[in-house]
Design a protein around this ligand. Sequence first.
Ligand code: IPD
Ligand code: CA
Ligand code: CA
Length: 273
Amino acid sequence: MISRRGSEDTAALDFAVQIAREAGRVLLQHFERLDPTRIERKSTHRDLVTAADLASERTILQAVRARYPGHAIHAEEEGRSGSPDAPTWIVDPLDGTINFVHGLPAFGVSIALYEGGEPRVGVVHLPKLGETFSARAGGGAFLAGRPIRVARTSELKDALVATGFPYERGDPERDNAALFAHLYPQVRDLRRWGAASADLAFVACGRFDAFWELDLKPYDVAAGALLVREAGGVVTDLRGGNEWLHGGSVVCGPPVLHAALQRELRGRWRGGA
Ligand code: IPD
Ligand code: CA
Ligand code: CA
């Protein structure tokens, strides 16, 4: 018999899938029609925000507030609202903004529900690819309604490994170039897809064998990390601990491969001392 928590989470997941798809339709209305004079820079010339990020986030937050008025929100553009103890919706309304601005199809919507620091549901929707990844804690991970699993790969030499680079460059603790160079001769190949939530979703379904990144925010990883876990993978921070949601760094993959990758990265990471 499904528990009360299980049926609440199933309802929350159905809701999250529906609003992620709605937000995806909003993004597609803006895709390849952006007014370049209205693309704003946030912290650096790489960190962009467009009318599409804002419209997608408005769509999601309005729906969350109407359906779950007692819940808290942590959204990329609007920030945090609501009680820190309440179940929290963690939202990236457009992950892969640089791809979006350049007309590349690698972008999506990431929505997760957390409570007490633990994931309950997560959705990554990639509107241009027409793919929706979803997971419920203890309920498995799915792509288009079918169960997904991480790859069986256990050795770095056979692995296609994804990563990403932070907007702020020059800080040695967050400099991924050295780690990239260290891994480059050891793996089958490396990919920089440009949307962390999709990188995680692709690990969950075995397209990528593993993924790491150094300077991510909770809204980049909240949904994708649950997908990976529910698909049989391991998610940690680069030190091998559990600070992957707020700590910035994340490394994930099938258990044996994850351990090998984490060891290699930690050994070379200047922020890992
Ligand atoms: C970015 C993407 C990118 C990652 C950056 C993120 P945004 O998110 O996920 O792949 O490398 O660190 O900030 O800004 O497109 O939502
Ligand atoms: Ca993001
Ligand atoms: Ca974003």
